[in-house]
Design a protein around this ligand. Structure first.
Ligand code: ADP
Length: 627
């Protein structure tokens, strides 16, 4: 009985103990289940067999999406999970092993894995693995790395900027006077790299007139901080070559730890070139401002960008009114084409000199202007705009018109008495021939030749006046060139006794041209050949017949023409400035007429000449083939 009671008591006690054990186990389960650290178990096949609530919360999966699946599905790096499983199977314990887990929402979680294996009788039961989330930490680190990278980048950029601008860096301590110069600062001052720089040496290098300016500015900055002036421009004499340079120094006050340990940190830049170009621009602006000519600049597409006082006087618009507007405002509608042609010449880099045209003013008046237009190029030689100098030549033009009218009138009045004079001379010659008066014949023939010369000159004046007014008319006819040439050569012979005049090669050529004007061309060329061969010699009036064309030339053995003069010979009123021919009479219009008459025939006058070796003037005309 006693034994039974004892047994009952023992059973009771056992049950009690069992109950407590179960309670503790439940508590433990509860603790593990609800632990804040994510936990999971993986079996020998790598399948997740259990995980706690924290694990699901951390990765975002539901139980049914996680339990029963291979752990490798939830790792971002397959080689990492393979390594983890390998180590665990080989009975290693993992401490803070870094890994990246895949969350349900597609994000990645950085974790540290701590894991060991539960073995029973040498058999792998399952892993016990808890993870610590270090995503925030990693993100912080990445941010820090990015920041460091950005900082390094800005530092590199700053370095490149400093190097490319040739900025020199300096530091100056106003309390101790310690001065530091970067390599480029030394370079600007021509100061040797090995030599120590002191504040006093620096001041000595400053131009004496600018020293106090610099000292005041620097001391002021050192005392009052960066609220006041923060730059100064001064001159220096370079240490190595004493060369004068302009410097711009800028600074910022920097406090190292307290107010008393402040430093001025700054830059210096050699601005000599800028200074000089500023001076040059100021001088140019003054010249342009005071010029009597209108000076205008415009972009390539014709927008006005600058306008001086004279432009305002000439065209009536103020700078404010016209800058930014198209140049077309100044061009009469019937001359717009002309501007396009000018632009095409300029875009080839050519200059347009003394181009006479008409422009329209603000109040609608047409004025005569002479334009000189040149391209504006940038440092690389690219055309970026155009500069236009316009001179108002309205008065000059009116004066010319009056002169032309006068010349035309005088020439016309002179022609009538000269025609009568020639007629009487011819009559007298006939009578002298009848009377066999040899002296009379010679004298009268000479008188007739001189009269013809005068007629030719008056003819030239009239032609010039007509040409100026654009009234020249070409009256073409068919004629035998040979007859014209022989007649002119004969007439010319009466003008000189010193020269031999020959004509050849023109037989059988028929031209369809203005006979009088071609005669005028040849007469001008021959009388020049006579005038400019003071020592005499051979003058040839020749033709070279080509296919459908004829080359007509006049050659002499005279004083010749320099290459520079050859270029300007055909300009109106141009005469060579040569002391040897100062006394030779002339007006500088003969060759201008020659070139104008020929251009109206679609031809061009050419000159080949060498000083003191004679000249050849030639041109081509189309010939007519006889049926
Ligand atoms: P001009 O009335 O002065 O002769 P032109 O127009 O006929 O005017 O000629 C212009 C200039 O060209 C002359 O002043 C002269 O210097 C030069 N010239 C013309 N023809 C010749 C020539 N055959 N030989 C040398 N110089 C010439």
């Amino acid at each position: 009985m006693e034994n039974l009671r004892e047994l009952e008591l023992r059973i009771e006690q056992y049950e009690q103990e069992n109950k407590e054990l179960k309670l503790r186990l439940a508590e433990l389960n509860d603790f593990v289940e609800n632990a804040s650290l994510p936990l999971h178990w993986v079996n020998a096949e790598g399948i997740i067999i259990w995980a706690n609530q924290a694990e699901f919360v951390s990765l975002g999966y539901k139980r049914e999406e996680y339990i029963g699946f291979p752990i490798s599905n939830f790792h971002a790096d397959q080689e990492v999970i393979t390594d983890i499983l390998y180590r665990l199977k080989n009975n290693q314990t993992l401490l803070n092993y870094p890994a990246r887990l895949l969350c349900k929402d597609g994000t990645i979680k950085h974790v540290l894995i701590n894991s060991s294996v539960l073995w029973k009788d040498g058999e792998f039961i399952h892993t016990r693995c808890f993870t610590r989330d270090i995503t925030l930490l990693i993100q912080e680190q990445e941010k820090k790395a990015d920041l460091i990278y950005d900082l390094e980048q800005s530092e590199t950029k700053l370095k490149i900027a400093i190097e490319s601008t040739n900025l020199g860096i300096w530091e100056w301590n106003p309390k101790t006077n310690d001065l530091y110069w970067s390599e480029e600062s030394r370079h600007v001052f021509g100061y040797p790299a090995e030599e120590k720089i002191t504040f006093d040496t620096f001041i000595e290098l400053i131009h004496p007139e600018d020293r106090s300016l610099v000292l005041e500015a620097l001391r002021g900055a050192g005392e009052h901080g960066s609220d006041g002036q923060n730059y100064v421009i001064y001159r220096i004499h370079r240490f190595n070559d004493n060369g004068l340079r302009w410097i711009k120094a800028q600074w910022k006050l920097s406090f190292k730890t307290d107010r008393y340990a402040s430093l001025l940190i700054g830059t210096i830049l050699d601005i000599t070139d800028v200074k000089y170009s500023e001076e040059r621009s100021a001088k140019l602006a003054a010249i342009i401002g005071s010029s009597n000519d209108a000076v205008i600049s415009k972009t390539l597409n014709g927008i006005i960008t600058s306008w001086n006082d004279s432009a305002e006087r000439t065209f009536g618009y103020s700078a404010e009114e016209i800058i930014g507007h198209p140049i077309l405002k100044l061009i009469p509608p019937d001359r717009v084409e002309e501007e396009i042609q000018i632009l095409s010449r300029l875009s080839k880099g050519e200059r347009v000199d003394h181009f006479e045209t008409k422009r329209v003013t603000k109040n609608g008046n047409l004025i005569d202007v002479s334009l000189t237009i040149s391209p504006i190029k940038d440092a690389e030689g690219k055309i970026i705009g155009l500069s236009k100098i316009a001179r108002d030549i309205t008065e000059k033009k009116q004066e010319e018109q009056r002169k032309n009218d006068f010349v035309a009138m005088v020439s016309h009045e002179l022609k009538t008495p000269l025609t009568a004079l020639t007629g009487y001379l011819q009559l007298l010659t006939m009578r002298a021939k009848k009377a066999e008066d040899d002296f009379g014949i010679k004298a009268l023939i000479r008188a007739e030749a001189q009269t013809k010369k005068m007629v030719a000159m008056i003819h030239d004046f009239l032609s010039l006046a007509r040409m100026e007014e654009g009234k020249i008319q070409i009256q073409r006819e068919l004629f035998e060139l040979h007859h014209l040439i022989v007649g002119i050569a004969e007439d010319a012979k009466f003008l000189t006794s010193q020269h031999t005049i020959k004509s050849f090669g023109c037989e059988g050529v028929v031209l369809y041209a203005d006979k009088d004007k071609i005669g005028q061309v040849l007469m001008n060329l021959i009388s020049n050949a006579i005038k400019y061969s003071p020592a005499g010699g051979l003058i040839t009036l020749g033709c070279e017949q080509l296919d459908g064309k004829i080359k007509i030339y006049v050659s002499d053995e005279g004083i010749g023409i320099s290459p520079a003069d050859q270029k300007r010979l055909f300009e109106r009123f141009y005469r060579v400035n040569n002391s040897g021919i100062k006394t030779v009479p002339g007006f500088g219009i003969g060759l201008y007429l020659v070139s104008e008459i020929l251009s109206h025939h679609g031809s061009e006058i050419k000159v080949e000449s060498e000083e003191n070796a004679g000249s050849v003037f030639s041109f081509y005309l189309e010939t007519v083939t006889r049926q």
